[in-house]
Design a protein around this ligand. Structure first.
Ligand code: SF4
Ligand code: SF4
Length: 288
């Protein structure tokens, strides 16, 4: 939705932070993107940056989804809003937020601030995460009682990332604070979900195979996402990647790489994926 954020965490993969309102989706673009989503969408996650710093954009998107839900999402789809929770640090604020999200048909809230980097930011702003947690849990209980339902949301997630990958600002972190080995999340998701790509869409509509990849597949404001994914699956990068993984792609596009460099593609695909896609982009133009 946006790169604007009230925090500026040292590990932020997207370089989000204050005064980035210009990197927020517009009402017109968000409607085009929503209407171009695959009809089979079973999960839609709205995230940032911090969605609560652009409340009118968040309301516009949610209200548009409520109005055209059957045309945008499949039946029983999960609609999730991600937040760092910093603006929910009073019982009243947390309650109003949860009630509004429930009214819009949001089914999942993800509080993404359970790690040392977010703690550092909260402390800097004088927020006690313990008190914020009490307020959040208290507000959830209040809403449950008011609606007489055990769970107003299908799921409440409390997540964090103590060992980030070296993307965005995290590139500047000392090595011992970074994740040293990783798997390709996008590929394992693809195989787990029965060969279904779960793309990321940026605030400006650019569609990516995963939220870290720097090579866009095209714009969801202009082309149906299904069409972009199909092109990618059949194209020179996707056809190798989805069958042979990053090791296969590395071999194809970099056959002369030293054995240690090839091993890096297998052992730490996210770290070298950026290098590889950059090389492919330079050599072949946009290869979808
Ligand atoms: S990691 Fe999350 S909370 Fe921190 S700056 Fe990035 S978007 Fe904001
Ligand atoms: S290896 Fe590449 S595609 Fe896979 S999760 Fe990492 S950045 Fe994304």
């Amino acid at each position: 939705m946006t790169r604007n954020c009230n925090y500026s965490c040292r590990h932020c993969a997207d370089n989000c932070g204050p005064r980035q309102y210009d990197k927020t989706t517009t009402p017109e673009n968000s409607e085009k993107i929503l209407l171009n989503l695959p009809r089979t969408t079973t999960r839609l996650s709205l995230s940032g940056g911090e969605p609560l710093t652009v409340p009118n954009t968040l309301r516009h998107i949610l209200s548009y989804i409520s109005q055209y839900r059957d045309a945008i999402l499949s039946k029983n789809a999960n609609l999730c809003v991600h937040t760092n929770g910093a603006l929910l640090n009073s019982l009243d604020r947390a309650y109003k937020f949860l009630r509004e999200m429930h009214e819009y048909g949001v089914t999942q809230i993800s509080l993404d601030s359970y790690d040392s980097f977010h703690e550092e930011q909260a402390e800097r702003r004088g927020i006690s995460t313990l008190e914020r947690d009490w307020d959040f849990d208290g507000a959830l209980k209040k809403l449950s009682q008011e609606l007489s339902v055990k769970k107003p949301f299908k799921k409440i997630e409390k997540r964090g990332c103590n060992k980030p990958l070296p993307f965005g600002r995290a590139k500047k972190l000392p090595k011992n604070q970074l994740r040293s080995r990783s798997t390709c999340y996008a590929l394992s998701d693809y195989f787990k979900s029965g060969r279904k790509i779960n793309p990321s869409i940026d605030y400006d509509g650019q569609v990516y195979f995963c939220c870290f990849m720097t090579m866009a597949l095209g714009s969801a404001t202009e082309t149906p996402v299904d069409e972009l994914l199909e092109k990618f699956e059949e194209g020179p990068v996707g056809s190798v990647l989805l069958k042979e993984g990053f090791a296969g792609l590395a071999k194809k596009f970099n056959p002369d790489a030293s054995p240690s460099k090839k091993r890096r593609f297998v052992e730490n695909p996210c770290v070298t994926c950026e290098e590889l896609t950059e090389k492919i982009r330079n050599e072949a133009g946009s290869p979808i």
